[in-house]
Design a binder for this molecule. Structure first.
Ligand code: FAD
Ligand code: EPU
Length: 370
């Protein structure tokens, strides 16, 4: 459990008690009961269900275990729920599987609640728990797979919200400094699907293992209906003044309609970033393709919809071997069964080549390749 902060505040004590008593208490991310092992099959630990083995594996359930992990100079990889991961084969190193549990109200002031969660908590369950306990703010990020600890890595975002907007700080074990660090929001340098962890390459080198995250959820709540899909879903449900839970339910419904459940059809969510291009290119494409979705950015550039580009390039529902692009959302690459990392690379390259040939736009993959 999380142990770094004082539990003395009576409101914190009360909230922690409420948490313990909450009837529908969320579960932690499900990880098979195995703490430390050699030559471990990683296919159950990635949502694309790709094959690969780790030379060594350790499940991390307390922050202190990181300080004593047997590293012996070998490469390491920090694994959460494996939902943003392309396993390209065997990993000749140590996989540290983050399963640190715990969530609580850390403190509150006149403006906000500060909620802390262990890195191994399941993201969606954590969001639903905050809503149950009356701390809204994260509802637009409902049903994103993975763990709390991975959320800051790519600054997860959906339906008009990025996690960086609700982020306060995190605690991480720094393997180089051999110490726990607290990292605040400005240090994280959050951007679209980006953070200092990615900019510095720590998401691959395993330099830091995030052990817990603190979220700041303002008490003055207003519904975030920036995304048209959310407004439409609420209108269909005839909800004019939505509660935070109404918004969460609407987003869960939209996501379940559009996105494949990894348990049924293995995938890693959006496979490419939405490309941000110069305005001149967006304008010339729009002249040729009037239905091109365009999202102007503050810096004058324009974000395009990768899913639209991929669909127009003929890839929606199309397969190359066992890997294809999903029939209801062309941005989602799916494993139709028995695919390897090489199969994923082949389809990825074919999609990129066709989009480039048709639109002169480069697509960058979103998941991490290990
Ligand atoms: P992993 O895939 O295990 O790891 C991802 C990266 O984070 C790796 O580099 C890993 O080393 C690092 N990492 C993980 N945990 C830690 C830690 N504790 N400390 C340090 N580094 C760590 N993403 C969105 O942003 N928006 C969406 O709407 C969205 N929808 C999705 C829908 C589906 C169906 C799927 C399968 C994925 C979706 N994703 C989405 C992508 C994915 O859910 C997120 O990127 C998520 O945060 C990954 O969490 P994870 O625990 O599975 O991380
Ligand atoms: N579109 C198509 N064809 C498709 C898919 C999309 O034409 O097959 C068009 C849609 O009609 C719409 C536009 O593309 O005009 C955008 O589509 P959508 O609203 O479905 O969102 P997205 O841009 O494809 C992004 C995120 C998702 C996030 C949703 C909702 C990225 C890379 N992806 O998808 O994040 O859930 O918005 O906010 O930014 C993820 O990162 O894994 C992920 C799922």
């Amino acid at each position: 459990m999380i142990t770094f902060y004082s539990q003395d505040d009576t409101r914190v004590k009360k909230a922690n008690k409420r948490q313990a008593n909450a009837k529908r208490g969320p579960k932690s991310t499900k990880i098979p009961p195995m703490n430390s092992a050699q030559n471990v099959d990683l296919s159950p630990f990635n949502t694309l269900a790709l094959p690969g083995r780790a030379a060594a594996y350790q499940k991390i359930t307390t922050p202190e275990q990181l300080a004593t992990a047997e590293l012996a100079g070998q490469p390491r990889f920090i694994l959460g729920g494996g939902s943003n991961l392309v396993l390209t084969g065997d990993f000749d190193g140590l996989v540290l599987h983050m399963a640190i549990p715990g969530k609580r109200l850390l403190k509150e002031d006149s403006e906000a609640f500060y909620i802390e969660a262990g890195a191994g908590e399941n993201w969606h369950d954590f969001v639903q728990w905050t809503l149950q306990l009356g701390w809204p703010g994260l509802e637009n990020l409902s049903l994103i797979p993975g763990t709390v600890g991975a959320a800051p890595i790519q600054n997860i975002g959906a339906y008009g919200l990025e996690v960086g907007e609700c982020f306060h700080s995190l605690t991480a074990w720094d393997f180089e400094k051999h110490a726990f660090l607290t990292v605040d929001r400005s240090t994280c340098e959050f951007g679209y699907r980006d953070s200092v962890f990615k900019q510095q390459g720590w998401h691959l080198s395993g330099r830091m293992a995030i052990t817990s995250v603190v979220f700041r959820l303002p008490k003055a709540w207003t519904p975030n209906m920036r995304y048209a899909d959310v407004t439409q879903e609420l209108a269909t449900r005839q909800i004019a003044s939505p509660t935070p839970q109404d918004i969460a339910n609407a987003i869960v419904a939209v996501r379940q309609r559009k996105l494949p459940d990894p348990a049924q059809i293995p995938n890693a969510g959006s496979f490419f970033h939405n490309p941000v291009v110069e305005a001149a290119l967006a304008d010339s494409l729009a002249a040729d393709y009037p239905t091109l979705p365009r999202y102007p950015q503050p810096d004058g550039r324009v974000k395009l919809a990768a899913g639209w580009l991929i669909e127009q390039a003929g890839w929606k529902g199309k397969n190359l071997g066992p890997v294809g692009m999903y029939e209801r959302q062309a941005l989602v690459l799916v494993n139709r069964g028995g695919a390897t990392g090489d199969d994923v690379r082949r389809t990825m390259a074919a999609v990129q080549a066709d989009v480039k040939a048709k639109f002169a736009v480069d697509l960058t993959p979103e998941p991490i390749f290990l």
